[in-house]
Design a protein around this ligand. Structure first.
Ligand SMILES: Nc1ncnc2c1ncn2[C@@H]1O[C@H](COP(=O)(O)OP(=O)(O)OP(=O)(O)O)[C@@H](O)[C@H]1O
Length: 475
């Protein structure tokens, strides 16, 4: 047989096979309008029959047909799967060409019901597709439920302005710097901004700069090549910046970043690339940086402790979260929100706070801000069965002398001890007692978190541990 004969016989065999296989078929012109459709196809898509289908755009008749792809490229799609309602159709798309090769339209063929051999594949595809849809829905729900700007409770003017600015920041991709004292909700805001941003589908990776020893911080942030330093993982380390690729990098306590690393971070912001420790290669990354600090970065810049160029790069969209003592009108709403969350997590009944209880809370200075409030509420809930928490339920949880007149200074009790009435005692004893009281107050405010207590007192962690030991408070 000659090649021409083989082609002729093959064409006839294929055409007969095609006739026996196809379930439904239609054709469109080069403008994507239906020129012909067989009855089976009309029945399949539920065409009512009263209106002529010819002349209708195929994209309206069969939304996922993707015939335009064949019309644009002139190439066949031999096998594809498209959704039709809850079903999946196995389809072929073929260009229709004249003898001179000019494209005059395209044909779509449904193979699903006849191609039994494809069934297992289609069934598997359907199962995977539905698993994927469910997983996507659950992920979206868990993300939405876990963090949103709406969760940042507060009705004061200051909080409303802050949330408005945060929402605007979420619409942009520039770096955000969140300032504010410990426990004011800087991390919550950062999560909320990420969740409301276009990067929400990608990870938000947090790194607490102050919690990682200086020697390990570089590898933790930028990654390390295998064996880059003594004790390095054999496989190397990916680094938080790369883990955040496509998403958001949240740098908590940025003010504690050592100066040499500030230079490397500047490179991430300027060039969007990193150089892992010991790697000798540069890796492109796409991250949005949100940083937070409870320190006065501007003053640190002036004192030469923080790079000015990095400060301006980080501070493109500044947000300041005010301390709780400056927005006491937020207390009722905050109590409701926090108590609801505490009840959901512990499975207990929902509680509220009485007016007298709220007045007592409002009289406190809240050096530990909302974190401290949450701790106090948690302890009050644990210590009482009452549905409405009253004045008595907070006894022992807050300092006895309401420091309303001395809102923010955790050292104030110490000062009061110095100026207290009574017998004159040796200065050394008075100072020691004041220091002990200040340490206890800071620990309460920080909910027992020692590094935060140290920060509240404005001393290093090492100094704090020394003082704990000196006062016999280590346990
Ligand atoms: N406005 C708010 N509404 C509801 N919860 C809040 C609010 N602000 C803070 N919180 C809660 O208070 C706690 C402390 O908040 P967060 O960790 O975000 O504070 P922070 O400013 O980042 O603190 P730090 O500087 O010590 O890291 C968290 O449990 C957080 O959910």
């Amino acid at each position: 047989m000659t090649e021409a004969e083989v082609r002729r016989y093959a064409a006839r065999a294929l055409s007969e096979l095609f006739d026996s296989l196809y379930e439904g078929a239609f054709a469109v012109d080069t403008g994507g309008r239906v020129t012909w459709m067989n009855h089976k196809f009309k029945a399949l898509i539920g065409w009512n029959g009263t209106e002529a289908i010819e002349g209708q755009p195929i994209d309206e008749v069969l939304p996922h047909s993707q015939m335009s792809r064949v019309l644009e490229t002139g190439r066949a799609d031999l096998l594809d799967i498209i959704p039709l309602g809850r079903r999946q159709l196995t389809v072929s798309r073929l260009p229709l060409l004249q003898e001179d090769g000019r494209l005059i339209g395209a044909m779509g063929v449904i193979l699903y019901d006849r191609l039994n051999s494809l069934r297992p594949l289609v069934d598997r595809f359907q199962t995977l597709q539905s698993d994927l849809d469910t997983a996507r829905r659950e992920l979206a729900r868990s993300r939405a439920a876990k963090y949103s700007l709406a969760m940042y409770a507060g009705a004061s003017e200051a909080v409303r302005t802050l949330k408005l600015k945060a929402r605007r920041a979420a619409e942009r991709d520039a770096p955000v710097l969140i300032t504010g004292e410990t426990g004011v909700g800087k991390e919550l805001l950062a999560h909320g901004i990420h969740a409301a941003s276009a990067r929400a589908g990608k990870p938000m990776v947090r790194i607490n700069v102050s919690a990682i020893p200086e020697g390990l911080l570089e590898a933790e942030l930028f990654g390390a090549a295998p064996g880059a330093y003594t004790g390095a993982d054999r496989k190397g380390r990916e680094g938080k910046v790369r883990l955040a690729d496509g998403g958001t990098l949240f740098l908590d306590e940025i003010g504690d970043m050592p100066v040499p690393l500030q230079t490397k971070l500047l490179r991430v912001l300027q060039e969007q690339e990193i150089e892992p420790l010991g790697a000798n290669t540069v890796i492109p990354v796409d991250v949005r940086v949100i940083s937070a600090t409870s320190r006065d970065l501007k003053a640190m810049v002036e004192a030469g402790q923080f790079r000015a160029d990095l400060y301006y790069r980080l501070n493109v969209l500044p947000l300041h979260a005010p301390p709780l003592r400056d927005r006491r009108e937020d207390l009722p709403l905050l109590c409701d929100t926090l108590l609801e969350d505490i009840a959901t997590r512990s499975g207990g009944p929902p509680r509220t706070v009485s007016v007298a209880g709220l007045e007592r809370l409002a009289a406190h200075g809240w050096p530990g801000n909302v974190r401290e409030l949450r701790n106090v509420l948690e302890q009050a809930v644990a210590g009482s069965d009452a549905e409405v928490l009253d004045l008595a339920d907070f006894t022992g949880l807050l300092p006895e002398r309401p420091p309303a007149a001395v809102p923010s200074a955790p050292l104030r009790p110490a000062t009061e001890a110095v100026s207290g009435v009574g017998a004159v005692r040796p200065l050394r004893d008075v100072l020691a007692a004041a220091e002990q009281e200040a340490i206890r107050a800071a620990l309460t405010a920080a909910g027992g978190v020692r590094s935060q207590a140290a920060r509240l007192l404005g001393i290093s962690r090492a100094q704090f541990y020394e003082k704990l030991a000196a006062h016999g408070l280590s346990d």
